[in-house]
Design a protein around this ligand. Structure first.
Ligand code: SF4
Ligand code: SF4
Length: 188
């Protein structure tokens, strides 16, 4: 019986173009709902959640000393073989990285290097704007990794921003507080 009813409703829907009206009503409802288009990069930018795995950064202690002890575990565990560590011994006898390069062009942002590090020295942050014309520019060295922004406490919002080309192409966030973009999306 239910099989017959299903068949009849499908047939009635086909005769009266119910699917067409269903689609048109969805289109019309979006025409009169709030916009969800992010005005990136001119006016707004997305700040990812703290769990986002973006550009790596190297952590330092309160004296500015690198946490990294150049054990090379991150390089060994990396599935893409994109980390190069060359250790040296500093004047205090501590093992430190003389060279610490990451090739972001090869990296798949799996986060294994962060998980494997025994010294809490490396992490993947929320920064995601590092495109380049040349793949050589995607090889990032120790000092640049030390200067990269770390993880913020918050994220998952859209904040006001400004596009500048004064010192390379950059999108500078104008505010810490933003709006929750996901809440603007209508769900049927
Ligand atoms: S995130 Fe994964 S692929 Fe990228 S450097 Fe770390 S271990 Fe290698
Ligand atoms: S970042 Fe961590 S795992 Fe990699 S060499 Fe330094 S201490 Fe070892």
């Amino acid at each position: 019986m239910s099989h017959v009813l299903n068949k009849m409703s499908g047939w009635i829907g086909w005769v009266f173009f119910l699917d067409l009206f269903d689609g048109l009503s969805l289109t019309l409802s979006y025409m009169f709902s709030r916009t969800v288009t992010m005005r990136y990069p001119d006016e707004e930018k997305w700040v990812p959640f703290p769990r986002h795995r973006g550009h790596h950064f190297l952590k330092t202690d309160e004296t500015g000393e690198l946490n990294c002890v150049a054990c090379e575990l991150c390089a060994k565990i990396c599935p893409c073989d994109c980390i190069t560590v060359v250790p040296y011994e500093d004047e205090k006898g501590n093992r430190r990285p003389l060279v610490f390069d990451i090739d972001l062009g090869r990296c798949l942002f799996c986060g294994l290097c962060e998980d494997a590090c025994p010294a809490d020295a490396i992490a993947l942050g929320q920064h995601y704007e590092y495109s380049a014309y040349d793949t050589k520019a995607l090889v990032v060295g120790r000092d640049a990794l030390m200067g990269m922004p770390g993880k913020a406490d918050r994220g998952g919002t859209v904040v006001s921003a400004r596009l500048t080309t004064d010192d390379g192409v950059r999108v500078i966030a104008g505010a810490e507080e933003g709006y929750d973009w996901w809440r603007r999306i209508r769900r049927r």
